[in-house]
Ligand binder design. Structure first.
Ligand code: X5A
Ligand code: ZN
Length: 676
């Protein structure tokens, strides 16, 4: 089994024993409701179920002081009055006689998960725990957190497995200052956190949560804070943060393990966050992280206080860990100005430490006073009547959204292949459907008439197979596919594939053509297809929907192009199908092609048809089959800085396109260097 789920019922025992409006949201139902939903969706049954164990004193001591541990142990014997008095010593914490046991289980669950992933028992997993951990410090409980579960897991992975680079992604809506303090001078742990900040007016009100806190000493550049200065951040803002901040750093860092402080108070409906990201956004975030560290992703629950939103978001995360395609993101993909300003700030603050940000230059920083809060949701006071009404409204909106999401069925077959010469030498992953079918003869004939190249016997047969495969994808029988094409007819087949898909109900088709494949001459520029050519040296946008970019010569250049151009365009376009054509002389290494396919699947909801040149190696087809089947792409190899020419081409294209494709923007105002 691929995904571990670590849990223990005892973690539902701790609860608030007195009145405290700030703490009452951290309740046992957070776990029971979530687990119930995972069962109801059949997701728990697909995971390797692990009963959490308690962390030992020595394991807790990796992060916490002996005195603090002794004090926490003593809470088991205190009466309610004493517990309340001790709680008052900390900021936003409550203790219960079972708190110590729960907190030991929560930390232990993280350790078990890391062990399961690093010994290879599973690829990835989620620990469903409480109390949460990321606010907890060496000698202090804070923000509902007692032991720092993720920090302890990271220290354990370093100590027991000798890991030298660990990435911690904290997508909880609060700043995990506890994790930041523990690793602030440690360059072997890269800590990324986005958080509601509102220029310091949101809990925990810390100056060091801002973007200019980058770490200390040798750890400078290994703390990355992305503060949100307004509430109401949504899917486009979160995706922009991943594409333009986290992922470039993460690829350059090249982690051996990814730990996620998976708080879902950053999702729609949550009373703490007041953000707007919908549950499927977490499937996208999870899938994007899975291309790192060979897919070794360990997620641990932190916050998340809207039970409906929390449980749906956890389901989405688990589905992504299991390898299911993500549902398309809802809403328009236009990041907010305030989000772009935050992104610009953090890129500028981190530029001294990361080549990806140096090369792309940093635009002049806009003063935060220039941002308008017009039309923006303003924060509500917790506990007030307006607040309760807003929460109820969010629940209703969420239900409607989810009903829509779940009426789109998951295709019964994850991947199908229609290959010719390549089959024999190819070792396919298990449960790939090998398709022999062809589209009906007359239909294939009708389409073949469009191009002379398709009249020939072999080209005609190939076309029949490609159309059959496309039909399976468009009818939701198959999620993704691979087909071989042959050199003289490749461009013609691709042209027919686009037209066929559009005639069969596809609304938007993204075509990524690598190598010698010409843009179909009379393909309508009507916004229903977006054509990206990657080859040679040309960088040009003939129109908003017809873009050529050069093939970068280095891993760094390749990553920059994918993260800064291809994916933002794909997210902006929101295709319901991606055609990834690797034509003759495409020039991609197998690992690059695999990464491209793996990443394109995310915005496309898994619907990718790869058309590979028949002359390609069986290794290429094999690795594409793996990633389209939901497996992790292989590592790209050592990170190598992009060439100045590649960067210039990228900036040129961004400058030309960012006013139309807003997901390309990395600054609050257009007009940085390279634009215009
Ligand atoms: C883990 C977490 C939040 C504490 C909020 C206190 N803690 N107002 O989400
Ligand atoms: Zn939180």
């Amino acid at each position: 089994m691929k995904t571990a789920l670590v849990y223990h019922e005892d973690m539902t025992a701790a609860r608030l024993l007195w009145e405290d409006p700030e703490c009452e949201i951290e309740c046992p139902e957070r776990l029971t409701t979530t687990l119930g939903r995972l069962q109801q969706r059949g997701l728990q049954q697909r995971c390797l179920w692990m009963a959490a164990r308690e962390a030992s004193e020595a394991e807790l001591g990796l992060v916490h002081s002996p005195e603090y541990l002794a004090l926490m142990r003593r809470t088991q014997a205190l009466d309610t009055g004493e517990l309340q008095a001790l709680s008052g010593q900390y900021d936003a914490v409550y203790f219960h006689p079972s708190t110590f046991h729960c907190a030991c289980l929560a930390a232990g669950a993280g350790l078990q998960l890391v062990d399961a992933v690093l010994t290879g028992a599973v690829h990835n997993g989620l620990a469903l725990v409480r109390p949460p951990g990321h606010h907890s410090q060496r000698a202090a409980a804070n923000g509902f957190c007692v032991f720092n579960n993720v920090a302890i897991a990271a220290k354990h992975a370093q100590q027991k497995y000798g890991l030298r680079r660990i990435l911690i992604v904290d997508w909880d809506v609060h700043h995990g200052q506890g994790i930041q303090y523990i690793f602030e001078d440690d360059p072997s742990v890269l800590y990324f956190s986005w958080h509601r900040y509102e220029h310091g007016r949101f809990w925990p009100y810390l100056r060091e949560s801002d973007a200019d806190a980058v770490g200390q000493g040798r750890g400078r550049g290994f703390t990355v804070n992305l503060p949100w200065n307004q509430v109401g951040m949504g899917n486009a803002d979160y995706m922009a943060a991943f594409l333009h901040v986290l992922l470039p750093l993460a690829f350059e860092f090249d982690p051996e393990l990814v730990l996620v402080s998976a708080g879902f108070d950053s999702a729609i409906g949550d009373p703490e966050g007041q953000m707007l990201a919908t549950p499927e956004c977490f499937a996208h975030l999870t899938q994007l992280l899975q291309v790192l560290a060979g897919g070794r992703v360990c997620a641990m629950l932190e916050g998340g206080y809207h039970l409906e939103s929390l449980s749906e978001s956890v389901c989405m995360t688990v589905q992504a860990l299991l390898g299911d395609p993500a549902p398309p993101l809802s809403g328009t993909m236009v990041p907010q100005r305030s989000a772009l300003e935050s992104i610009q700030h953090v890129r500028a603050a981190q530029a001294p430490y990361w080549t990806s940000f140096q090369q792309q230059g940093s635009s002049p920083i806009l003063s935060s006073s220039t941002c308008s809060s017009e039309g923006r949701p303003s924060p509500l006071l917790p506990g007030g009547p307006e607040f309760k009404a807003a929460a109820a409204q969010a629940t209703a909106a969420l239900r409607a959204l989810l009903d829509k999401l779940y009426c789109r069925p998951m295709p019964p077959v994850r991947m199908a292949v229609a290959l010719t010469e390549l089959d024999a030498a190819l070792v396919l992953p298990p449960d790939v459907l090998c398709q022999d079918g062809s589209a009906p003869q007359e239909e294939t004939q009708a389409w073949a008439r469009l191009h002379k190249a398709l009249a020939k016997d072999k080209a005609f047969t190939t076309l029949g197979k490609v159309l059959y495969l496309l039909d399976g994808i468009l009818n939701e029988q198959v999620s993704s596919g691979i087909a071989a094409t042959l050199a003289p007819a490749a461009a013609a087949i691709l042209d027919v594939a686009i037209r066929y898909s559009l005639s069969r109900g596809a609304q938007r088709v993204l075509c990524v053509a690598v190598g010698q494949l010409d843009h179909p001459l009379d393909l309508a520029d009507d916004g229903r297809n977006l054509w990206l050519t990657i080859r040679g040296k040309e960088a040009a946008a003939l129109s908003m929907f017809h873009i050529s970019m050069p093939l970068p010569g280095t891993t760094g250049g390749f990553l920059n192009f994918i993260l800064a151009l291809v994916l933002p365009l794909a997210y902006g376009f929101q295709p319901d199908l991606v055609l990834l054509a690797l034509g003759p002389a495409h020039g991609l290494q197998d690992s690059q092609a695999a990464l491209l396919a793996a990443l394109l699947q995310v915005p496309a909801g898994g619907r990718v048809l790869a058309l590979v040149d028949e002359e390609s190696t069986p290794q290429l087809a094999g690795v594409l089959a793996q990633v389209l089947q939901g497996e992790e792409p292989p590592n790209l190899g050592p990170f190598c800085v992009a060439s100045p020419e590649d960067m210039q081409a990228l900036m040129h294209l961004r400058g030309q396109l960012e006013s139309q494709w807003k997901m390309l923007q990395v600054a609050g105002e257009t007009g940085g260097p390279g634009s215009g």
